[in-house]
Design a protein around this ligand. Structure first.
Ligand code: DGL
Length: 271
C-alpha cells in the first residue's frame, strides 16, 4: 500500500548548512513535520559555479528527495532557486516547491538597500526582475560576498576570521549609507548576530527564513498534506554529500531542530 502523502517528509536542500536557517524556522512553526535535509557540501559553494552545474545538482537532489517520499521540496538556497526552480517546477509538475529569494519586497521601505547574495544569484534574471519591481528608483548596493560561505561552513559564529571578512564586506556598504540589508543567501542568517554587530544596530537586517516557513505551511495546507498532530514519531534526517562536521556543529546550536531524534549521515551518494 502507498504511504499516505501527508506522512512524507518535507525535503529541504542547500549547498551546505545555510538551509538549516530555513529548516529551523519550519520546525518552529510546524513541529509535527518530519524533515529530510540534504547539504550538498561535497560540491559547495554553488555561488561561483555555472548555471548548468547548479541546475544539474538541483535536479539530482530533487530526484533523491522524491525517491525518499518527500511531499514538498524547499529549495533552501537562493542560488539554486534563482537558477533552477522554474525548471524544477517544469520537470516535476506534481511536486510543490518553495524557493528562497532575496527579500527585496520588505526591504523597499528602506532608502539605501544593501543586498548580500552570491554572484550567481545577483546575475540571475529572476533577481534582476525582482529588484526592478520592488527597488526600482532606490539606491541599491550589492556584494557577492566572495569567500564568505566557506568561512561560515568552517567556523563558529564570532570567529576572528568571520568578523574580519564581514568587516571588509559591510564597512563599504555602511559608509555608503546602507540602512537596510537583505540576506540573500541562506548561509548569512546563520551568522546574523555577527552581521548585525558589524553593520551596527541602526541597520535593519532582513532574514527571509520565517516568511519562507510560513509559505511552506500555506502550501501544505492548500494541498491538504499537513502532518496530523502527533501522528508520527518524528526523526529528522540530515544528509551531507561530504563530511558531516559542519552540519553536526550547527545543529547543536539550533534548538528547534533538536526537539526530535535526528539522524545525520555523511558522504551520501545521491541516487
Ligand atoms: N546557501 C546558498 C544560497 O542561499 C548557497 C551558497 C553557496 O553555496 O555559494 O545562495
Amino acid at each position: 500500500m502507498e504511504p499516505a502523502p501527508q506522512n512524507g517528509p518535507i525535503g529541504i536542500f542547500d549547498s551546505g548548512i545555510g538551509g538549516l536557517s530555513v529548516a529551523a524556522a519550519i520546525a518552529e512553526i510546524l513541529p509535527d513535520e518530519r524533515l529530510l535535509y540534504v547539504a550538498d557540501n561535497a560540491r559547495a559553494p554553488y555561488g561561483p559555479q555555472s548555471a548548468k552545474s547548479i541546475l544539474a545538482y538541483s535536479r539530482e537532489i530533487t530526484r533523491h528527495l522524491i525517491g525518499q517520499g518527500a511531499k514538498l521540496i524547499v529549495v533552501a538556497c537562493n542560488t539554486a532557486t534563482s537558477i533552477a526552480i522554474d525548471q524544477l517546477r517544469r520537470d516535476f509538475p506534481e511536486m510543490p516547491f518553495v524557493g528562497l529569494e532575496p527579500a527585496v519586497k520588505p526591504a523597499a521601505s528602506g532608502e539605501t538597500i544593501g543586498v548580500l547574495a552570491t554572484r550567481a544569484t545577483l546575475a540571475s534574471p529572476r533577481y534582476l526582475v525582482l529588484k526592478e519591481k520592488y527597488l526600482g528608483g532606490k539606491t541599491v548596493r550589492e556584494d557577492p560576498c566572495v569567500g564568505l560561505v566557506p568561512i561560515i561552513e568552517a567556523e563558529a559564529t564570532g570567529s576572528p576570521r568571520l568578523r574580519e571578512k564581514l568587516n571588509s564586506i559591510l564597512h563599504p556598504l555602511v559608509n555608503d549609507g546602507v540602512d537596510t540589508l537583505v540576506l540573500g543567501c541562506t548561509h548569512y542568517p546563520m551568522v546574523k548576530a555577527d552581521i548585525q554587530a558589524v553593520a551596527g544596530h541602526g541597520v535593519r537586517v532582513i532574514d527571509p527564513s520565517p516568511a519562507a516557513a510560513r509559505q511552506v505551511k500555506r502550501r501544505l495546507e492548500e494541498a491538504g498534506i499537513l502532518a496530523e498532530p502527533g501522528a508520527q514519531r518524528i526523526a529528522h534526517d540530515f544528509l551531507a554529500t561530504g563530511d558531516g562536521r559542519a552540519l553536526q556543529r550547527t545543529l547543536l546550536g539550533l534548538p528547534a531542530l533538536n526537539r526530535h531524534r535526528r539522524l545525520l549521515v555523511p558522504n551520501v551518494q545521491l541516487s
